[in-house]
Design a protein around this ligand. Sequence first.
Ligand SMILES: [Zn+2]
Length: 311
Amino acid sequence: MRGLFYSLSLLLILFNTTFSNSKVTSTEEYARNAWGNLETAEVTTRKVNENLFLLYGLGGNIAVSKGNDGVLIVDSQIPIIFPKIMKAIKKLSDDKIIYTINTHWHWDHSDGNLVLDSDETKIISHSNARENMQKGGLINMGTTILNQEPYPKSALPVITHENGMSLYFNDEKIDLLHFGPAHTTGDTVIYFTNQNAIHLGDVFFSNSYPFIDVDNGGSLSGMINYLEKIVLVIDKDTIVMPGHGEISSISDIKETIEMLKTVKNRILMSIENNQSLEEIISSNITKDFDKKYNTLLLRDTFIDRAYASLK
Ligand SMILES: [Zn+2]
């Protein structure tokens, strides 16, 4: 997996140094450029807890809950790796996937819905995420714009929520939480209350600047607000499963909040001083954070989207 991060980073470096006009590309083309040979990618399974696992493959980390009621998964990655995801799930449990929760509408978390057995599993998401999946749309990453195709009915959630909901499944209360616009307008975080573990989707990347889908309603201030609300729900022992990256803890979230607040203030000050985006990017305003965060999503993309959100 680490290798995948590096290849994605390298690709983003290429995009960022060319910094030409943004071009629209398909999600598949993007994935092939970013992750290399998709056909040979492997899935790795991390044990989070007795009945909870995290699968790494191509795209957002997949949480798997198994138990008396069957299997529940969080996110579905992309179709090309899905047979290997299924194999990894089958190794954990022979039971059916009763529920699939999508943390948000982005392709690298939800395109796997296209190959899920819709007779077997009920897909759940925030209502805005479902609307985005149904319509499809452009995801502006600053230097690259991805075109996500609309999903057919069979790949769409059949249960939605507006401000959160709970499932009683596998002998625990599973809270689906939503705190307003952040990475997108339809982010759901999933809190497994008995196991004290939370899947944060793309509201939180471990050790990377976040991506903010500003053109579809995401915002930097929303990201900060959302993370601050999460910190109030969890505690120092909570196992934090990020959308991308390694398992983390509340202290990592708190550190990210401080970084985001600092960068936000710096960009606001630069805007007040009439600095252009190019001037802000070349003035190294994130210098003290780059060593830790300039990894998966690169600095220039982050600043580009943060600036668009604050301007
Ligand atoms: Zn995303």
